[in-house]
Ligand binder design. Structure first.
Ligand code: SAM
Length: 218
């Protein structure tokens, strides 16, 4: 049970998504065998649709892991898109570099090693899409930096915002996750109630929040 939606809905949605092939399929198998938490199948599909609609030229990702979502986003983004992705785990970075090299994308996908918060503080570029997928307990701390780095018409896609349903229900919350849950609620509260932002929270995968700046002409 995901704690997010009904199992039969989740199984149905996953069932209609075609199997991937080639390197992405190999990466899915690698992730499964090595317990690497890459985006869930339906979240990957959602990301593909969002990136295909937005066609970003510059993407910032928090949480590279083995590079699966970086490669997936590159494939659907504007030609020659530039992706900056942050990861603190050296072992993950080694795996990601191998997969990214094999897909001939090392010129386009740049991994920055370190803690997201430290690296975010030092970044100055503007990004069309920011994909938050690391440090669930710190999304509310990452947010001011992400807003500073977000292009005027940019989109922030945050994964795991419902965190197995715990964010929506105290009854599902386990004690050792209380801090993450409280901070994630704070993240959702800020992006939902800031008058300059517009956000939708989608009960898909582990919960996804999509945030943009509100059109000032409204
Ligand atoms: N986006 C990846 C994908 O779908 O292919 C999956 C990312 S995985 C869910 C999260 C990754 O973020 C892990 O590899 C973890 O080591 C890294 N991570 C967690 N907290 C971090 C932090 N504060 N700074 C940098 N990396 C972090």
């Amino acid at each position: 049970m995901s704690g997010i939606t009904f199992d039969y809905i989740e199984n149905y949605i996953r069932g209609v998504i075609p199997e991937r092939d080639g390197l992405l399929k190999e990466m899915e198998t690698f992730a499964l065998e090595n317990n690497v938490p890459i985006v869930q199948k339906e979240t990957a599909q959602f990301l593909e649709v969002m990136i295909s609609m937005k066609k970003p030229k510059k993407i910032l990702e928090l949480g590279t892991a083995i590079g699966y979502s970086s490669i997936l986003m590159y494939i659907n983004a504007a030609k020659n898109c530039n992706i900056t992705t942050i990861e603190r785990d050296e072992k993950m970075i080694d795996f990601a570099k191998q997969f990214i090299n094999r897909s001939n994308l090392s010129q386009n996908i740049n991994i920055l090693q370190g803690d997201c918060l430290d690296i975010l503080e030092a970044l100055e570029d503007k990004y069309d899409v920011i994909f938050m997928d690391a440090g669930k307990g710190h999304y509310n701390h990452f947010l001011p930096h992400c807003l500073r780095l977000l292009a005027e018409d940019g989109v922030i896609i945050a994964d795991n915002v419902l965190f197995r349903g715990m964010v929506a229900s105290d009854a599902l919350t386990v004690r050792r996750k209380i801090t993450i849950v409280k901070r994630m609620r704070k993240y959702i509260d800020i992006v939902s109630n800031d008058e300059e932002l517009i956000t939708t929270v989608i009960p898909m995968g582990d919960g996804i929040a999509v945030t943009m700046r509100r059109n000032k002409d409204e």
